[in-house]
Design a protein around this ligand. Structure first.
Ligand SMILES: Nc1ncnc2c1ncn2[C@@H]1O[C@H](COP(=O)(O)OP(=O)(O)OP(=O)(O)O)[C@@H](O)[C@H]1O
Ligand code: SF4
Ligand SMILES: [Mg+2]
Length: 338
């Protein structure tokens, strides 16, 4: 199946002045911190790719790069190809005006905390209508009809009445539904959801995940679903990419990742997740150590300082992603050799 989104060799860096004290500040050398390194993945129409990784692994930067919403000081290289049937365009170099038209219409995004993304002094219906009017040549009356329809799609009861509410009058779950309505109202092909349920309690989280799965099926929506929570990702994603220190270390189907994980980091993450089969007396696994800071990234495998399987060669050069099974990739020569 052809890809709808193909990210190729994405690198995101931030220039910073050297950490070492300098006598002459004017000549202080700058160092680039590489927050995302050589990242490649693709998503087909109607497919959900889960992007999982712990805090600071570069998940949000990746999504912001696709939306072209990175802060101006970020330096970006690589290609972000979007579109089907040989019509793909590189979002990394698209003119600003074309990108503005595409954002919110063909690619939409929902964030973790709807209260910060919604305007607190504007009625929610008007905020959804704004998303319609910004992109379509429709009348106000048509926009209102589209707002009510989108609110129905996300299962908000009495949408005509709730459209007149302000964000603070709605519960957290309802606010997230409003954000989703705003994202889908223009029928995008790709939805990027960055930790969309992290701020919600567990029962509401389950309802939102179910809603996203329904919308994906109904509209053949492709989705980049970002979370630090493997259990959440397993509920929505068909394929999963595991990120560590700005890099994908393993990529495969949900079954590959959850049943036959190859990379030592993925295995460590899974051992740290409790499940119904976990024997009570058996303690959960932990991964010793912490993610290396951006200014002290090891030259070899970034997981090497914490890895129980490391061999001396691991510290020499970053290993490539290698296909270890059909569509299943891992960045670890030690496990690949087994
Ligand atoms: N504007 C910036 N300047 C410098 N470094 C930044 C900037 N924005 C992000 N970073 C760094 O880039 C790295 C990746 O950040 P990112 O927000 O993508 O992580 P994340 O995987 O989304 O984490 P979380 O799960 O906490 O949301 C972090 O180390 C972060 O400190
Ligand atoms: S390359 Fe070496 S250090 Fe890195 S995950 Fe594999 S075994 Fe561990
Ligand atoms: Mg983030």
């Amino acid at each position: 199946m052809p890809a709808l989104l193909e990210v190729r060799n994405l690198n995101i860096g931030f220039a910073t002045s050297s950490a070492k004290p300098q006598r002459d500040l004017a000549s202080s050398p700058t160092q680039t911190l590489h927050a995302v390194r050589d990242l490649s993945f693709s998503i087909c129409a109607g497919e959900v790719l889960g992007l999982v990784g712990e805090s600071g692994s570069g998940k949000s930067l990746t999504s912001l790069a696709i939306m072209r919403l990175l802060p101006p000081q970020a330096s970006v290289s690589g290609e972000i190809l979007f579109g089907e049937n040989g019509q793909s365009r590189n979002l990394a170099t698209l003119p600003d005006e074309s990108m503005r038209r595409l954002r919110g219409s063909q690619i939409a995004m929902i964030f973790q905390e709807p209260m910060t993304a919604l305007n607190p002094v504007m009625r929610v219906g008007d905020q959804i209508a704004e998303a319609v009017l910004a992109h379509g040549r429709v009348s106000k009356r048509e926009a209102t009809a589209m707002v009510v329809e989108a609110m129905k799609q996300v299962a908000i009861p009495e949408p005509d009445r709730r459209a007149r509410d302000y964000p603070h009058q709605l519960s957290g779950g309802m606010r997230q539904r409003i954000m989703i309505a705003m994202a889908i109202v223009n029928r995008p092909q790709l939805l990027i959801a960055d930790e969309p349920t992290t701020a919600l309690d567990v029962t509401i989280q389950a309802q939102i995940l179910e809603l996203l799965a329904d919308l994906r099926a109904k509209f053949s929506l492709a989705m980049l679903f970002i979370s630090h929570d493997l259990a959440v990702v397993s509920q929505v994603a068909g394929r999963v990419a595991v990120m560590y220190a700005g890099n994908i270390v393993e990529l495969g189907s949900k079954r590959d990742i959850f049943e036959v994980p190859a990379h030592p980091y993925t295995r460590g993450l899974l051992e740290a997740v409790p499940n119904l089969k976990t024997a009570r007396p058996k303690p959960l696994g932990t991964i010793d150590g912490t993610v290396p800071p951006l200014h002290a990234m090891p030259p070899g495998c970034a997981f090497e300082p914490r890895c129980v399987l490391r061999v001396p060669e691991c510290a020499l050069a970053m290993p490539p992603l290698v296909e270890v099974g059909p569509g299943h990739w891992a960045r670890c020569p030690v496990v690949n050799a087994k």
